[in-house]
Design a protein around this ligand. Sequence first.
Ligand SMILES: Nc1nc2c(c(=O)[nH]1)N[C@H]1C(S)=C(S)[C@@H](COP(=O)(O)OP(=O)(O)OC[C@H]3O[C@@H](n4cnc5c(N)ncnc54)[C@H](O)[C@@H]3O)O[C@H]1N2
Ligand code: MOO
Length: 416
Amino acid sequence: MSRGAHESVEAHLEHVLARIRPLAALEVPLADAGGLVLGASIETRLPIPAFDNSAMDGYAVRRADVADAAPDRQVTLSVVAEVAAGSPLDPAIGPGEAVRIMTGAAVPSDADAIVPFEDTDSGTRSVRVTAAPKPAAHIRRAGEDVAAGRQILEAGVVLTAARLAAAAAAGLARLAVRPSPRVAVIVTGSELVGPGAPLRRGQIPESNSVLLAGLVTEAGGTVVRVEHAPDDADAFAAALAGAAAEHPDLVVLSGGVSVGDHDIVRTALEPLGSVDFHSVAMQPGSPQAFGTLPGGIIVFGLPGNPVAVAVSFEAFVRPALQLLRGAARTQRRRLAAVATAGWRSPVARRQYMPITIVDGAHGASGGGLRVRPAAEGGSGSHLVGGLAASDGFAIVEAGIDEVRAGDEVQIVLVDG
Ligand SMILES: Nc1nc2c(c(=O)[nH]1)N[C@H]1C(S)=C(S)[C@@H](COP(=O)(O)OP(=O)(O)OC[C@H]3O[C@@H](n4cnc5c(N)ncnc54)[C@H](O)[C@@H]3O)O[C@H]1N2
Ligand code: MOO
């Protein structure tokens, strides 16, 4: 079944996302949460810092004792104790006394400033102070970063190393996360042989499974199966059964969705009744199949041309994966860039042009990002070699037939 010729990218994406629900959240230890999406917002159990502590190696003092200290008015204090990081001690400090203290150690309750070694003679029994500390100098206050009970991470964020570190510092040991979506990849085509294998006339190296498996992983999914099927109905049925046996959340197919004599994906999936074939107003990547397989497994049938695969993944599969894994942000941020070379764009469709960053904010120009097409031939869907130079895509909306050198374009970066 086909839902109308040339629906917009937004309409197709809406159709796709309407069929997808986030996977159920589960609790895991912090160490297993990296790269997953947080399922429920969390508050700090501990303030950060957890207690008043020293920012410097030096001496905890009563500030009044050293308020007039200067190189020519040195003040001598007697050192009554030492506290290292981790020490549970809270030594009393009387007038004229100091405690030797290391960075991260709890500040004794009697101290109201830290004098770093650099402003002393570093003495161990007594110490000569050569500069007056400011009030509360070098004391990191409990909760000055984040107070206890404050929300520190919002549901839907990807748990990067930095966010996990913040959660650990806030006293959390386990987090509610959504699992990584399980994805099976099936590539079809009788012309395909493994990378590096000798080619006879008509054969090409198979690259879409490498592309798709990598894109799935980069998008936070887990590849549970990769199948290669020649353009043969039985082989395709076997590949589909193999994929389904892994109980994937999603199956991504490449090739065979067009109208060719051997486009078996279409012939095999159409009778299932719940896979639709669409023509989307985009270039490349216009033929798209989407639906569910028996058992409710979501299936994408992407056109076989490699750049069309990369673009279709970016436009539809990646947002679907983000929704499945519970990410609040399903689409990448669009950035503005300036084109350093012009190109043509099909006026009736949105174009995704693979681009290379020429230079950026830190580049010689000192301006914003500047980009040019990654491949000499532009956005041709077979130009897989151009993907080697691609940092992302320029998105040129329908209605525009040409981008000129110097024009501002919208881009998404897929790398870095
Ligand atoms: N008469 C028409 N022909 C075509 C149309 C059309 O509307 N009418 N659309 C064209 C467009 S646009 C695309 S895109 C392709 C989509 O075709 P399929 O999805 O059926 O893909 P295939 O024919 O199987 O392959 C297309 C192309 O990509 C190469 N390929 C396929 N799989 C891989 C792989 N795993 N690794 C590397 N390269 C792969 C394949 O060899 C073909 O060159 O249809 C157009 N035709
Ligand atoms: O729409 Mo096909 O994906 O360009 O070449």
